[in-house]
Design a protein around this ligand. Structure first.
Ligand code: C2E
Ligand code: CA
Ligand code: CA
Ligand code: CA
Length: 284
């Protein structure tokens, strides 16, 4: 390993070297992987807590690497952000997910609209093509903006100035929902929420984890209750992620959370599985 800057020297770490080589290998393989269609999307249902119905799904990208098998986003999104490949990759995810939303709508008809949530990386936010690409994809597929939700992490918007918020405002005005992802992990000022063009708060999994026991830690309950009250007073919908047990789901429902996502309902999976889940709900 090389010097890590300054006059600090790292000890030789063969595993770290191997990881660096893999990182380097993955980084250089990314553009061809996009060309060859090695990425695919799994969908995880979003469930309404009051009636248990599936009303949409979050699109989560994976890479079927010819040597390493299926790689999760944590292995390559950061690399794609460093090289700028996240812009075309993110555009591909958006287009693919919106097409999928259209297919769900076609299969279910107008009165059963499944929505799709797509993650945006900070680099996509500052890319000038964001609004025009989104508009073009929605027009080409014939999907209503209301069927799309773009998820932006809280940390990407901390201290955001007007230039950064402008494209999100444009999209929100068109009817696209903007969700503040991983909420509660950053240090944003709650009062700042009013300034952001968001309509959904996605409470980070760390909050849900505090509710694994029944009854949950009373302090955790108070914090979530406070966030939900504040969110609702600002007309925001609250989604919770990482729900793994029925006890968590029930406590979060009682606290007034609106939507939930997690292994308790379903792991991320292929688009057809979501259709089956939704059909079970619609008929049962
Ligand atoms: P995220 O947006 O917070 O997505 C939720 C992550 O939690 C997903 O991990 C999901 O599989 C996982 N998860 C869902 N339910 C549960 C549960 O009940 N328990 C536990 N322990 N985990 C649960 P995944 O698929 O590995 O994605 C990791 C992150 O990668 C995402 O976190 C998101 O930030 C990012 N990501 C995924 N797809 C994209 C994409 O298309 N573009 C960008 N920019 N980022 C993406
Ligand atoms: Ca997300
Ligand atoms: Ca999240
Ligand atoms: Ca998270």
């Amino acid at each position: 390993a090389k010097s890590a800057g300054g006059n600090r020297y790292e000890l030789a770490d063969p595993e770290a070297d191997a990881r660096a080589i893999t990182r380097h290998g993955l980084t250089t393989a990314l553009p061809a992987a996009l060309d060859r269609g090695e990425f695919f999307i799994e969908y995880q249902p979003l469930v309404r807590l009051d009636d248990g119905e599936v009303h949409g799904a979050e699109a989560l990208v994976r890479w079927l690497h010819p040597q390493h098998g299926v790689l999760g986003p944590d292995r390559f999104i950061g690399l794609a952000e460093h090289t700028g490949l996240i812009v075309p990759l993110g555009r591909w995810v958006l287009e693919e997910s919106v097409r999928q939303a259209r297919d769900w709508q076609r299969q279910h008809g107008e009165d059963f609209p499944l929505r799709v949530n797509v993650n945006l990386s900070p680099c996509q936010l500052t890319h000038p093509g964001l609004v025009s690409d989104t508009v073009e994809i929605l027009e080409r597929t014939g999907v209503e903006p209301e069927a799309l939700c773009l998820e932006v992490t809280e940390s990407a918007l901390i201290g955001a100035d007007d230039d950064l918020l402008k494209p999100l405002r444009r999209l929100a005005e068109m009817g696209v929902d903007i969700a503040l992802d991983d909420f509660g992990t950053g240090y944003s000022n709650l009062a700042n929420l009013r300034r952001l063009p968001v309509s959904i708060l996605k409470l980070d999994r760390s909050f849900t984890q505090g509710m694994q026991q029944y009854p949950a830690d009373p302090v955790d309950l108070k914090i979530v209750e406070g966030i939900v009250t504040l969110a609702h007073s600002l007309d925001l919908t609250v989604t919770v992620e990482g729900v793994e047990t029925g006890a968590q789901a029930e406590q979060l429902r009682v606290l007034g959370c609106d939507t939930a996502q997690g292994w308790y309902y379903a792991r991320p999976g292929p688009p057809d599985r979501l259709r089956e889940l939704a059909l079970v709900d619609a008929t049962g």
